[in-house]
Write a protein that binds this ligand. Structure first.
Ligand SMILES: *Cc1c(COP(=O)(O)O)cnc(C)c1O
Length: 399
């Protein structure tokens, strides 16, 4: 494959002398089944899985160096070198969302949450639990937030200190207008917290250009690493001021950051094998580039979408608003009994060793097919063939 040019000299860590592994198992997941077409966790390349075979101590110099490398690659991919600092945290992505809210938001402030799907709703649940004042602006899950409405909300709410926005709302795969939303916040002196869980690594995000003060993501979506490590890339000045805010010990990003700075070590046992896999996954991403990865996902998404549309499925998000990460589909013939129809469809796919995200979103009556990870072309052929057969059988049953 054509590996794009990366300027190794500007990199803060030692690059691979020979990126030859990109030609081989990097592309493949040799596993035959189950074949995951889910928006995280997903099919990993063999080379990422093989990176987990080594047992490392968590306080040794090799592990400390790997942690440092992971951190510098993350800030580099986010285009935040200089102004932003990375903080790794054990756990799934939601751990980093809760860590960010607990570390950066205060009871004396107010958070404006932009909601157009379940991950915006989840941030609201976390804020409630923490007793942090907040307001929400809610939009339908298949539409982008209306900038005029948000501008007005910010104008009439001088008490708002933070804005929480989801970059790609994985509920439907809609890509929200991140730069525009964050620019609005910036104009009102509001700090931006961005849930970029499912877009970091698959869509270009430039934390400086896009005015992202606090970016949240994890290894197990477009970074193509196994679940277990989440991270926050935050403006350094915000981290410096955040000491003593968080009531949670484990999720205190300030303390975790100070710990990394002092000793290079994690405060409590890190997922040592997952970190090694994340390291390999980030190196792979740097060589593939975010732009090429996005193209790869878009090709998968477009193949799946056109094949499914031919079978009568309908995407719930307009083409121009779609991310590369997943496609949400509904079927007009399923109306009124979506749950049962979808369960039968999932069963048919499972029987063929294919797994899509096995949960419907009620508001849009849609289900999602993930386009990320090492999805092979013939998996898509099989998906479409099994889907076609299933729909034909269902139709024959109805007659
Ligand atoms: C997946 C996802 C999350 C939650 O991440 P977990 O790893 O499941 O905890 C949050 N926000 C968005 C946008 C996501 O796609």
């Amino acid at each position: 494959m054509g590996v794009s040019q990366v300027d190794e000299k500007t990199s803060a860590y030692k690059p691979l002398a020979n990126p030859g592994f990109l030609d081989g198992p990097f592309r493949r997941s040799s596993q035959q089944t189950p074949r995951l077409l889910t928006p995280g966790p997903m099919a990993l390349s063999d080379v990422v899985k093989q990176a987990m075979l080594k047992d490392l101590g968590s306080r040794g110099s090799e592990f400390i160096q790997l942690t440092e490398d992971v951190c510098s690659m993350l800030v580099e991919i986010a285009h935040g070198v200089g102004a932003h600092e990375p903080v790794l945290i054990q756990g799934s992505g939601t751990f980093a969302v809760e860590a960010s809210i607990g570390t950066f938001c205060r009871k004396s402030g107010r958070v404006l949450v932009i909601v157009n799907g379940i991950y915006g709703e989840r941030a609201v649940s976390i804020l409630k639990r923490h007793g942090i004042p907040h307001k929400t602006v809610v939009f339908a899950a298949n539409t982008r937030p209306d900038l005029g409405v948000i501008r007005q909300k910010l104008q009439t709410s001088p008490d708002v200190t933070h804005m929480f926005v989801v970059c790609c709302e994985t509920t439907t795969g809609i890509l929200n207008p991140l730069a525009e939303l964050c620019a609005l916040a910036r104009n009102h002196g509001v700090t931006t917290i961005v849930d970029a869980m499912s877009s970091f690594g698959g869509h270009r995000i430039d934390v400086i250009r896009d005015h992202v003060d606090i970016l949240i993501s994890s290894g197990n979506k477009c970074v193509e690493a196994p679940p277990g490590i989440a991270f926050v890339i935050a403006r350094r000045s915000l981290l410096e001021q955040a000491g003593g805010n968080n009531r949670s010990y484990c999720l205190d990003l300030h303390d975790q950051w100070v710990g990394f700075q002092r000793t290079g070590e994690w405060r409590s046992t890190p997922p040592t094998h997952v970190l090694q896999a994340l390291h390999t996954a980030l190196r792979t991403l740097r060589f593939e580039t975010v732009a090429a990865r996005r193209k790869r996902y878009e090709r998968i998404r477009d193949r799946i979408t056109s094949g499914m549309v031919a079978l009568g499925f309908v995407p719930v998000v307009a083409h121009k608003d779609r991310s590369a990460v997943c496609i949400a589909l509904t079927h007009p013939d399923w109306r009124g009994r979506e749950e049962q129809e979808f369960a039968r469809y999932c069963d048919a796919l499972h029987a063929a060793g294919l797994h899509i995200y096995a949960k419907m979103h009620a508001q849009t009556a849609s289900f999602r097919i993930g386009c990320i990870g090492r999805i092979q072309d013939h998996w898509i052929d099989d998906l479409l063939q099994v889907s076609k057969r299933h729909m034909a059988i269902e139709e024959a049953d109805r007659l």
